[in-house]
Design a protein around this ligand. Structure first.
Ligand SMILES: [Fe+2]
Length: 226
C-alpha cells in the first residue's frame, strides 16, 4: 500500500523553486542592474522559503519521531543548521554584489553567487531526498496515515495565508495530474468553501496548461459528455 508522503507537495514546490532559480541565474547578465536585482531578490525569496520550511520540520515533523529515533532527529537538525549556513553564505555574497560598482566585479561576484547557489541546491536536493526516505520510514513505522494527515493539518494551520498561497502556487506548478486532483478534491471536502475557491482560482492560472481542464473537470465532478 502506498503510504502518505507528508513531504511530497512541499518538496516538489521547493525543488521547482530551485530549478527556476538556477535557470534565472544562468540567464542573468550581472552587469545589467535591473536583471541582476531581479535575480538577487529571487535568491532571497528562495533562501527565505527554505528557512521557513526547515523551521516547520523542526517544529512539527522531527519532534514527532524524536522519542523513537533521537539519533536520526539529531542528524537532520544538524543538516538544517548546515542549510542555514549555506543560505547565510549566499546572503553575504548578495551584500557584496550590492556594494561593488565595476562591471568586472559584478561579473565575478555574479559567478560566486551562481556557484554558491549550486552548492545550496545540491545540498537541498540530497537533504530532501533523505527526508523522504529516512524520516518517512520513521513516521510510517510509528503513525497511521490518518495521524500523519492530522499532523500535517496542524503544521499548515499555523502558516500565514500569504506564505500558504506562495507555497500553493509552486505546488500547482510542480505536481502531476493525479496529485492535483487528489489535493484539490481533498481541500474541497475538508476546508471552508472560500479556501477551496481561492485554491481553485489559483489553479486556473498556475496548473500546467496541458492538465488544467482535466483537473478542473475531475475536481468539480463534471460528467464527461461523449
Ligand atoms: Fe529538511
Amino acid at each position: 500500500m502506498q503510504r502518505y508522503n507528508s513531504f511530497n507537495l512541499i518538496h516538489k514546490a521547493l525543488r521547482a523553486l530551485m530549478y527556476d532559480m538556477a535557470m534565472t541565474l544562468q540567464q542573468t547578465d550581472f552587469t545589467d542592474a535591473d536583471e541582476a536585482e531581479i535575480a538577487l531578490a529571487k535568491v532571497e525569496t528562495v533562501i527565505e522559503q527554505f528557512e521557513k520550511h526547515a523551521y516547520h520540520e523542526d517544529t512539527f515533523m522531527l519532534p514527532a519521531i524524536e522519542a523513537f529515533e533521537p539519533d536520526l532527529v539529531a542528524k537532520f537538525e544538524k543538516e538544517h543548521v548546515e542549510d542555514i549556513e549555506l543560505g547565510n553564505k549566499l546572503k553575504t555574497l548578495l551584500s557584496v554584489f550590492r556594494s561593488v560598482d565595476l562591471d568586472e566585479e559584478k561579473i565575478n561576484c555574479g559567478s560566486c553567487i551562481s556557484k554558491a547557489f549550486r552548492d545550496f541546491m545540491i545540498f537541498n536536493l540530497e537533504h530532501m531526498g533523505k527526508e523522504e526516505s529516512l524520516i518517512n520510514q520513521a513516521l510510517w513505522k510509528h503513525y497511521t496515515d490518518d495521524e500523519l494527515l492530522e499532523l500535517n493539518a496542524r503544521l499548515t494551520a499555523g502558516i500565514p495565508v500569504q506564505e500558504k498561497m506562495f507555497a500553493a502556487k509552486w505546488m500547482l506548478r510542480s505536481i502531476n495530474k493525479a496529485e492535483a486532483i487528489n489535493w484539490l478534491k481533498g481541500v474541497k471536502q475538508t476546508a471552508p468553501a472560500y479556501v477551496f475557491q481561492s485554491l481553485f482560482d489559483l489553479a486556473e492560472n498556475e496548473l500546467p496548461r496541458h492538465i488544467r481542464s482535466e483537473v478542473q473537470e475531475a475536481v468539480l465532478e463534471i460528467e464527461m459528455m461523449n
